[in-house]
Design a protein around this ligand. Sequence first.
Ligand SMILES: Cc1cc2nc3c(=O)[nH]c(=O)nc-3n(C[C@H](O)[C@H](O)[C@H](O)COP(=O)(O)OP(=O)(O)OC[C@H]3O[C@@H](n4cnc5c(N)ncnc54)[C@H](O)[C@@H]3O)c2cc1C
Length: 707
Amino acid sequence: MHISTARFGTEDIPVVSANTVVVGTGAAGYCAADRLAQFGQPDIVMVTDRIRAGASRNAGSDKQTYYKLTLSGTEPDSVRAMAETLFSGGAMDGDNAVVEAALSARCFYHLVEAGVPFPSNAVGEFIGYKTDHDPRQRATSVGPFTSRSMVERLEDRVRTRGTPVLDSCRIIDLVTDEGRVVGLLCLRTDVRAQRADDEEGPETNRTDTPRPGIAANAELPDTGSRFLLLRCTNIVYASGGPAGMYADSVYPHGQWGANGAALRAGVHGKNLTEWQFGLASIKPRWNVSGTYMQAIPRFVSTASDGSDVREFLHEALPDYGDQLTRIFLKGYQWPFDVRKARDGSSLIDLLVHRETVLRGRRVFLDFRTNPMARPFDPQRLDAEARDYLDRAGVLGLHEALGRESTPIQRLQHMNRPAYDFYLNRNPGVDLETDLLEIAVCVQHNNGGLAVDAWWHSNLEGFFPVGEAAGSHGIYRPGGAALNSGQVGATRAAQFIAAQRRGEPPRDEAGFADTAAGVVDAAQRLLVDATTRAGAAPDTTDAMLRSCTRLMSDRAAFVRNPDGVRAARDQVRRWLSDYDAAVVADPASRRSVNRLFLIRDILASQYVYLEAMLDYLDHGGRSRGAVLYTDPGGHLPRPPDGSDIDLPEDYRHLLDAGRLDSVVQETWWDGHGAPDFAWRPVRPMPPSADMFENTWREFRVDGNVRPV
Ligand SMILES: Cc1cc2nc3c(=O)[nH]c(=O)nc-3n(C[C@H](O)[C@H](O)[C@H](O)COP(=O)(O)OP(=O)(O)OC[C@H]3O[C@@H](n4cnc5c(N)ncnc54)[C@H](O)[C@@H]3O)c2cc1C
């Protein structure tokens, strides 16, 4: 890393130069940094908005899953079989599927060697279990915080290597030159304003214990500038999912994403319409999957002030056994799946949506009381649920207690740590006495920035990895996101170390010239927005609330085309007025931070909303985790076929795989409307060649070449 400064107007901005900048300190970013050094490219600098933020470090679930090739037992598995599973999710490129399968064992063992305690048996087999969309038993876990363990172990390795990490740097813009990336512009959120009254608390709900920081910010010259430039040959973009787009979210606080900057710079998006949503508590943010549903709690809703508590599921699910079975099934059918909306467990998500979004009420899980105000009667459950609860010892609880069990007793019996988890959170929730507020929340972006088989984007030198990359299709096995992040990071590092080792393409003077446009725009936005603060109140908080609420109400897992169009129009207006209207408090680091954050979010929202509309124009129907309202479609029905009173918004037709073999790609110039193209998925490359041929080519260039 080499540090200089460059003058822009009256401002001296520090410029950090390195071969490769890794954005993001999550599981994917740390893996990339570790691999780059391992493969012989140690000239790296990492940059992040908060070292301790991100989904990998702060998110988890009942049993957070890592997906990998089968590495135990007698059940046959192969690279091709795993690739087929990934590919069968639909709208997934075959080369990415094969690479994710081929590097799965290598990346898994890399984590094992780094110290992630994946369980193995006495003879060393890494035992697996079956996860959703998985025909075998490829999943593994280290408990609720698998991805945090990955981050911490990889971080240790990066720290040992002495890789510099620049903290408190929000990505504002990419610096590009003739189709290649040459650098990055960041806002430094650690640089103080003139007044000392800007001490807002951190914007994360970090759940881990403090560890010593490794920030290298002290090495930057103190020029007083709030901006920082990075000059480089390559960027590995591990900024995570664009979580900041939605209000109802189970992404951890403080994970925002930076896809807007990449899209504005012309990086292609892919499958942007595809997200995952599911039931989650909102304070604290946590998926209520697994045992939280298998304990079969009661669902209640209230008015916004907490009054008028009432059950609501029975309005659409009046049959006791049917309602309880669907609640139970949500345990392992966690993400909303539109195929299960008509007569399966996903109707529960829709009924929660009706309460929260359409009726403006709040929804809570009540573990104190059985559903439908009746004693728990397991005989009315379907055989699958009854059998599971019997094997888990829940049916015997009745005799032990001398009376019918309650949801909290079933939860504590099956999974005491799940009960303790909420007790020990901040804010703590005692499920014995308190209601737990939930919503259908966004959890993961399956689509993202388009990559090839080396996780190289269309912008030369720019490698999106982890959740920022759009490597998944419509469905993916649970745990495949974490595998994909490690594989993408490894591939990008291999490619860079083999093919892109050179000095940054622009020398310092040339770089300053190239960066002048984005720097000038950022300086003007900052000056104009903060100057207006003299005459008008700060608008950043209200703006952030409005734009994220709009997305959750209009463009989450229920998308009425009219609602999506209205949201697109509104976001387009906000975006075009933004520079002239936004007001930010110059004395508040948080306000200045949000000034640039909101611009990034609006840019993402706009392109994503246009992608949804293009999907509909292309004849797309409900698929994956999204229900598109269709007046010619069907409403969900109970098993006896009787009519239930449901909003017309839920009328839909299934896509049924019609668009599985094509991919929607998007590109934007940052000004007009984005362009779209639909192309066939890239096929799976042919099976491995014979050893001698592979070896001969390997001796030439390590087989680091286009697939
Ligand atoms: C509740 C929950 C449960 C999940 N469970 C599973 C599971 O069981 N299995 C599975 O495979 N996946 C799961 N996922 C998804 C998976 O956790 C994520 O996809 C993965 O952790 C993303 O890793 P990453 O390194 O790409 O990004 P992250 O870990 O999110 O890291 C992003 C990094 O970029 C930084 N950053 C973000 N925005 C900016 C910006 N604008 N400027 C500068 N820096 C920025 C962040 O601070 C952070 O350091 C789950 C996700 C959630 C939310």
